[in-house]
Structure formats: C-alpha cells, structure tokens
Design a protein around this ligand. Structure first.
Ligand code: ADP
Ligand code: ZN
Length: 218
C-alpha cells in the first residue's frame, strides 16, 4: 500500500473501538487518533479546553462541536497525506462527519473505510461497568472474576489502571442514549459513500479483530 489506510472505527461506547485500535495500529503501522484521549490529555494537563470538556464528559454529553471539531481536525491534518490514520470517537454526529469530509477532501481524499462494530445493549452496560483504562498508554482493559484494581496492571505497558469518571451508571446511560440519537445517523452518511462495513462486536477481542482485519483487507 503506497498510501496509508484512512480508517474510522465506529460504534457505541463500550463497543471495543479503543481495544481494536490498539491492535490495529501496530499491524497497519498508522497512527491512532482518539477524540476521547485528546480530551483526557487536555484534562490531565488542566488546559482551558480540558476544563471546558470535563463537565460535558462527566455527564456523558458530547463536547460542543465548536470545541471538538478544531482539536480533532488539527490532529488529523497534522498527519502527512500518505501516512493514513485510525480515527476513533470521531465523527460523532453528522455535522462532524461533514466537516471531516471537507477537511480531508480539500487535502486529497475522504476516509477509505468505516468499520461499525455493533454490540447489544446488555453487553455494553456490562463492559462499561467493569472497564479500566491505563494511566500510561490509555489502553482499555477489564477486571476479571476475582481480580482487584489495586493489583492489576496494564497488559500493554505495565502502567497503573483506573476507572474513568464517565464510566459511572448515569453517564453510561446518557452516552448510550446520545449515541442512538446523534451518532447513529452518521452511519447513513458513510453507507451512501459505500465505505461502511458492519461487524458484530459481541464476540471475543481476537474474534472481532479477525473480522475487522478481513473487512479492511484490500
Ligand atoms: P466512549 O466511546 O467510551 O464513550 P470516548 O473516550 O470516545 O468514550 O469519549 C469520552 C467523552 O469525550 C464523550 O462522552 C464525550 O463527552 C467526549 N467526546 C469524545 N469524542 C467526541 C466527539 N467527537 N464529539 C463530542 N464529544 C466527544
Ligand atoms: Zn498501558
């Protein structure tokens, strides 16, 4: 491949986008851009943008487009044309999808593939309730039967794990609602462009990974 793949990982919170992105970025050798990680980075640094985003994030609401679009597109456009990317968490509404297309097409071409990982509602709730994230590398993981957060470390880098503030039951419920109302309509946008692939995401991480890989293989 002379030009790197431009991939969007799409799906509800808890679908496994972050987990799949971690696996794919080593295989595809393209950078991973996660809008949620960008916001959490600003939050940790205590930037004005981080402080603004925090209120929305902790309630499970979308951060306003006026903030989000600039910071994500800045990052996307900082990557050279032939490098490709894995974008996760963006676009989350039709306006963001339009703005991404304008920015990319102005430069060269739109995204190549949008992989939609769909997962049933009970499974999403189960996963988000037990989800942990690494402070070091941001990789997600989960607590197994009988494990406790104090003794478990990140399997990627050995870093400390924590539970995200927005993985509390109220915010989880709101994030799923917003996904249904605002984010799902973006599927139509990409279906029309012929780049959408649907993948069942209830299976194991490895099983889903195999399906993602076969969906994006040339
Ligand atoms: P998840 O997919 O598990 O809900 P993310 O890490 O992708 O979590 O996002 C966490 C939060 O960051 C979202 O609930 C939202 O508040 C904010 N956020 C991330 N991406 C966007 C986006 N594209 N538009 C608006 N807000 C966003
Ligand atoms: Zn880690």
């Amino acid at each position: 491949m002379s030009q790197g793949l431009r991939l969007v990982l799409f799906g509800p919170p808890g679908a496994g986008k972050g987990t799949q992105a971690q696996l794919l970025k080593d295989w595809l050798k393209v950078p991973h851009i996660s809008s949620g990680d960008l916001f959490r980075h600003h939050l940790r640094q205590g930037t004005p943008l981080g402080l603004e985003a925090k209120g929305y994030m902790n309630k499970g609401e979308l951060v306003p487009d006026s903030v989000t679009i600039d910071i994500v597109l800045d990052k996307v456009l900082s990557i050279s044309d032939d490098e490709g990317f894995i974008l996760d968490g963006f676009p989350r509404n039709p306006h963001q999808a339009n703005e991404l297309e304008k920015a990319l097409v102005g430069n060269s071409r739109n995204v190549d593939k949008v992989v939609h990982i769909h997962v049933s509602q009970p499974e999403l709730l189960r996963r988000l309730g037990g989800r942990l994230v690494c402070r070091g590398c941001q990789a997600p993981s989960s607590l197994g039967e009988g494990e406790d957060i104090g003794s478990k470390k990140c399997s990627q880098c050995g870093g400390e794990l924590y539970q995200r503030e927005d993985d509390n039951p109220e915010a989880v419920k709101r994030r799923i609602e917003i996904y249904r109302e605002e984010t799902e309509p973006v599927l139509g946008f990409y279906r029309e462009r012929g780049v959408l692939v649907d993948i069942p995401g209830d299976n194991t991480v490895d099983e889903v990974n195999k399906q993602v890989i076969s969906a994006i293989a040339p």
